[in-house]
Design a protein around this ligand. Structure first.
Ligand code: ADP
Ligand code: ZN
Ligand code: ZN
Length: 760
């Protein structure tokens, strides 16, 4: 596939003659800040494109070196008379880097960012790292002797030592780091054990493979007839050269992951590599383990908890074809594989596939572009596809596959919708509806587990005065402060903290209180009502530490608690067969968000949450508590009716020209000076000029959060069905900003966000 040409690249060339090329000599992340400009000689005009490898004279002696073109332009940012000339274009060469650079160039064009920011996103960090060592601790005495020693320690209350011995009696040799963390053992304890000759400690160098599991390899399961049909159809078309993007819509538990693995296996057998994207939050030990069982050490994981060294090693292994499969969140797309054959995106509707920093790319479209560069296919999967993807499937742009039954026979749960207004009318002031209480007690009686999900998107635990309505706000940001349990008020945007207030600063009343309908309060309430039941809580506070997330999940899976209370985290892709009741509290909280995706998010969350109950042999029940039982996202979620929801939602999107019916370009302006910011926003909006029919300009207006960290924020929205028009407007604004030198100059910033996921 050495001859294909990037579309974006071609367009760029068409638009201009291309007199100059910006070249980077060393394509490591750290050095892309310093591109060098070269003149393109007459004989090469029209040929150079981003990503191409070139030979250039470099340095004082003009030694010929190899570099990569990152940009071709007509404007010299640099004195032309001092510019050197490009020597030649190298054919073939480093395909991996070329493709990644082309991808970066496409991202810059498509999402509006600088080429440098795009390159930094795409290129791997290139640092040499020392191979680390791992310490292992091993029993040097017989188990019997160790038991004697353990008794001795227990008698002397040497608890730390005793804990280590117990583990070593069970398992003779263990990684020391793990023990230290898990059992909270200090270095001096290890030292004292070592000195007494009971244990040995060894350092062994190890190659950073983030997941080292000694697992039995497992063959794939025999696919069900409906799974088989999908896999066969896919490969029939794949082998005929058809690379249409596919969308698999299948309820949770319908066997999507098994299909992904079969596809990946087939593509690997054909000599290609595969990228498996999973939202970071769903990237659990269980999921990874499943892939390890299937692909052994030919698979690796990329995620944010890896150290830079570990990431570097994974990239090296990918480049050298030592692995065939990478699993990870959106950034795993940029794993430098030489020949990708398939990119799978699970839970493709997840908001986390869109980057919130420049370039604000979406993994789905970026995957499609990357797949084009490699001649690979993209395969999307979800129980509740994004409106975008389902729309494309309906239009015939994506090939739609469906799996509509749960595999291990688990029936869909029974869903109750409870009207909280009615509860209040009838005198129930508790946060639990009477139905939910009754079902909880029923589960307690039967010894089964329940989950309570608090939908708290957009919820801010704010503090207000019940007398005058005054809300405690951050002095630097236009947001309310949140009350924390330790009595402080915190700004979640800038970290500003102040002590709680007892008296309203506005009217002096003492009735200034926080609304704490958070997970903590639910946990407290459960303790009060059912003191003998064990409750686990999972939210941003309890999972701050790296492993605590897995720990809570493992503990709940092991049956160590009756109820798990949590936020979004508990509904994303975990299998708890013993859970037979799911309570969804405040189902409509996410409907309140000022955002055109609010209904879609609510529907997805509720459907996902409902899918958590009854995944084992026992049937599940779901209680949805809401103030808006008649809202279509709640009605359709309760009926598990995706298409019904889609049909209503798409009408609304069409009516208001929201994606996927149209595209939106959000121009986000930040300025330390309020007036200057407003003026800049005004000037930029005027640049849009006369828009064709069906395209609209909204704003400029203060952003939904008008101020963060003393920076005033403004936003302009341009809606149009024509994405290319939006790109041209973006280019026009960029050009203007460059001329004005306004961009990021004098405390101002302008960023572009195409089809934004969150309001600015
Ligand atoms: P999804 O990804 O759609 O949630 P999974 O692939 O995780 O579904 O499958 C759900 C459950 O069914 C898993 O426990 C899986 O091991 C099992 N399963 C999947 N495919 C098969 C099959 N062909 N035969 C038997 N069990 C299967
Ligand atoms: Zn007051
Ligand atoms: Zn703040």
């Amino acid at each position: 596939m050495g001859t294909e040409t990037g579309k974006a690249g071609k367009e760029a060339v068409r638009q201009m003659q291309g007199k100059y090329a910006n070249v980077i000599v060393d394509i490591s992340h750290e050095n892309v800040d310093r591109p060098f400009a070269y003149r393109i000689p007459e004989r090469l005009r029209g040929v150079p494109e981003p990503g191409m490898q070139v030979t250039i004279p470099f340095g004082r002696g003009n030694t010929l070196r190899t570099g990569y073109i990152i940009e071709v332009t007509d404007e010299a940012d640099f004195d032309e008379s001092r510019m050197k000339e490009l020597d030649s274009i190298r054919e073939g060469g480093a395909q991996v880097e070329s493709r990644l650079i082309r991808l970066a160039f496409w991202m810059k064009e498509h999402y509006g960012s600088t080429i440098i920011a795009a390159l930094k996103t795409v290129l791997p960090a290139r640092k040499k790292f020392k191979t680390p060592e791992k310490k292992e601790i091993r029993l040097r005495v017989s188990r019997e002797e160790a038991r004697q020693e353990l008794l001795e320690c227990e008698r002397k209350h040497q608890n730390a030592k005793a804990r280590v011995l117990r583990e070593l009696i069970a398992e003779e040799c263990l990684p020391m780091g793990l023990l230290a963390k898990k059992l909270n053992i200090s270095a001096s304890t290890f030292k004292s054990l070592w000195e007494s000759g009971i244990v040995s400690i060894e350092s062994i160098p190890y190659y950073r493979n983030p997941v080292k599991l000694d697992v039995e390899r497992e063959e794939g399961r025999r696919l069900s007839p409906s799974q088989r049909r999908i896999v066969d159809d896919f490969f029939e078309k794949y082998d005929a050269g058809d690379r249409q993007t596919c969308l698999l819509k299948g309820i949770t538990g319908s066997g999507k992951t098994e299909v992904y693995m079969a596809l990946i296996e087939g593509v690997v057998r054909r000599g290609h590599q595969a990228v498996m994207l999973i939202p970071e939050i769903a990237l659990t030990y269980q999921t990874v383990l499943r892939f390890y069982r299937r692909f052994g050490d030919r698979v690796s994981v990329m995620n944010s908890t890896l150290s830079a060294g570990e990431k570097y090693d994974q990239c090296e292994r990918a480049k050298r074809r030592e692995i065939d499969v990478i699993i990870g969140p959106r950034s795993a797309l940029f794993t430098p594989f030489p020949d990708i054959g398939l990119i799978v995106i699970d839970e493709e509707h997840e908001g986390s596939y869109k980057s919130e920093t420049m370039p604000k790319y979406h993994a789905r479209e970026t995957a499609e572009e990357l797949a084009r560069l490699h001649g690979a296919a993209v395969f999307l999967g979800s129980a509740t596809p994004s409106l975008e993807s389902f729309y494309r499937a309906k239009e015939g742009r994506y090939r739609l596959y469906t799996l509509s039954e749960r595999l291990n026979g688990g029936a869909l749960p029974k869903v109750y919708v409870e009207d909280l207004r009615q509860e209040l009318k009838e005198g129930n002031r508790s946060i639990f509806s009477r139905r939910l209480q009754a079902l909880l007690e029923d589960r307690f009686a039967r010894g089964e587990q329940s989950m309570l999900f608090l939908n708290r998107r957009g919820y801010a635990g704010f503090v207000s005065c019940r007398m005058c309505g005054h809300v405690m706000k951050c002095p630097h940001c236009d947001v309310s402060l949140s009350e924390h349990r330790n009595g402080t008020l915190v700004c979640h945007y800038c970290g500003y903290t102040r002590p709680a207030v007892k008296i309203c600063p506005e009217c002096g009343s003492r009735y200034i209180l926080g609304f704490r309908a958070g997970t903590e309060q639910i946990e407290e309430q459960l303790h009060k009502m059912y003191p003998d039941k064990k409750v686990l809580r999972m939210d941003a506070d309890t999972t701050r530490k790296k492993e605590s997330y897995e720990q809570i999940l493992a503990s709940f899976a092991a049956g160590e608690a009756d109820v798990l209370v949590g936020t979004q985290m508990i509904v994303k892709g975990h299998d708890f067969p013993a859970v037979t009741l799911m309570g969804i509290l405040a189902a409509d909280m996410s409907l309140a968000a000022a955002d055109y995706r609010a209904s879609e998010r609510t529907f997805q969350l509720l459907t996902q949450a409902a899918g958590r109950a009854g995944r084992g042999s026992r049937p599940g029940e779901v209680v949805i508590q809401t103030y808006q039982p008649e809202h279509y996202s709640i009605v359709h979620a309760a009926a598990q009716d995706y298409e019904g929801f889609y049909e209503e939602e798409i009408l609304y999107r069409r009516l208001l020209s929201y994606p996927p019916a149209a595209h939106i370009l959000a121009v986000q302006i930040g300025a330390a000076d309020e007036e200057a910011g407003a003026a800049l926003a005004k000037r930029l909006s005027l640049l849009a000029g006369d828009l064709p029919e069906g395209s609209f300009l909204i704003g400029p207006a203060p952003a939904s959060i008008g101020k963060i960290n003393d920076v005033f924020r403004f936003v302009i929205y341009i809606k149009s069905p024509d994405y290319d028009l939006l790109i041209r407007l973006k280019d026009r604004m960029e050009k203007y900003l460059k001329e004005q030198d306004d961009r990021e100059g004098r405390g101002r910033t302008v960023q572009f966000d195409f089809d934004p996921m969150n309001p600015f």
